[in-house]
Design a protein around this ligand. Structure first.
Ligand code: SF4
Ligand code: SF4
Length: 267
């Protein structure tokens, strides 16, 4: 079984509610994680103290975008440099007691839950994501959106004629170009829900599949429909479809341009 939550170069907290707020941009997410971390670092590592702190943190946190998806106030930064996120109630972090019962689930659920990406992604795809994102914000957005990742890697492969492999990311120019392509997930218009992948919040807060209705806007289906759908580039999402399509094209071209010299060198 591959491990996705804590990898040497990246960490994720999506299932703890990391992105479930109206402003899920990098700085807003960072600010909320910092707020929690500062409080929990000063909290006595006992269940009653963590429960009280969790209640205060939850009351002072941003409202969830998907009300049916829980947001755990015990997710925070694991390091002083704020590069790695994780559960601040985990025994490896508290130094002994397991305080995850103070969160929005309980120890059993937290310990056993693995998101569907664990079953779908190969180790190669996970490693590519880790290398290309390596970050507390972007990694979780991409590793939990398998259709987006595969569509992006597939589009690069279609342009270059070669499957993207780990060794290609040793070339900084290509790695940076691929990071820029994947970073489409975190550069959407404010208020857009595209970062949740090919889903949008329904009336009851449930996830509803998203699709771009080309007929309604009198347009041909984009050759990058899957990427555009995953980033929410439909006219109702708050994003401009034409601008997003151009951006996808530009970033793919940059990947192809940075990839080619590597192919030439191998011949
Ligand atoms: S969303 Fe998946 S990869 Fe991310 S922390 Fe949860 S189980 Fe791990
Ligand atoms: S207690 Fe559970 S839900 Fe909360 S941050 Fe820890 S692992 Fe995530």
């Amino acid at each position: 079984m591959i491990r996705l939550c804590q990898r040497p170069g990246a960490s994720c907290g999506a299932c703890c509610g990391l992105y479930n707020s109206r402003d899920h941009g990098r700085e807003a997410v960072r600010a909320e994680l910092t707020r929690r971390t500062l409080v929990l670092r000063r909290t006595e590592p006992t269940l009653p103290a963590f429960r009280a702190a969790a209640a205060r943190l939850a009351a002072g946190g941003p409202a969830p975008l998907f009300p049916s998806v829980r947001v755990c106030p015990l997710l925070g930064f694991l390091d002083a440099a704020e590069t790695r996120i994780g559960c601040l109630a985990h025994p490896l972090v508290t130094g002994g007691p397991d305080l995850r019962d103070a969160g929005v689930y309980d120890v059993t659920i937290c310990e056993s839950f693995l998101c569907p990406s664990h079953a779908w992604l190969s180790e190669e795809e996970a490693a590519l994501t880790e290398l290309a994102t390596a970050d507390f914000h972007l990694y979780g957005l991409v590793v939990t959106d398998v259709p987006f990742l595969r569509a992006a890697l597939g589009a690069v492969a279609a342009l270059t004629g070669a499957r993207v492999e780990r060794r290609h990311l040793t070339r900084p120019a290509f790695r940076e170009a691929l990071t820029r392509l994947l970073a489409l997930k975190e550069e959407l218009e404010p208020g857009s829900e595209g970062l949740f992948g090919a889903f949008k919040p329904g009336l009851g807060g449930d996830e509803v599949p998203r699709r771009i209705d080309y007929q309604a806007i009198d347009r041909e289906r984009s050759p990058w429909d899957e990427i555009l759908t995953c980033v929410g580039a439909d006219p109702h999402s708050g994003n401009d479809l034409d601008l997003m399509e151009e951006e996808v094209r530009r970033r793919l071209d940059a990947c192809a341009a940075a990839f080619t010299p590597l192919l030439v060198r191998r011949e």
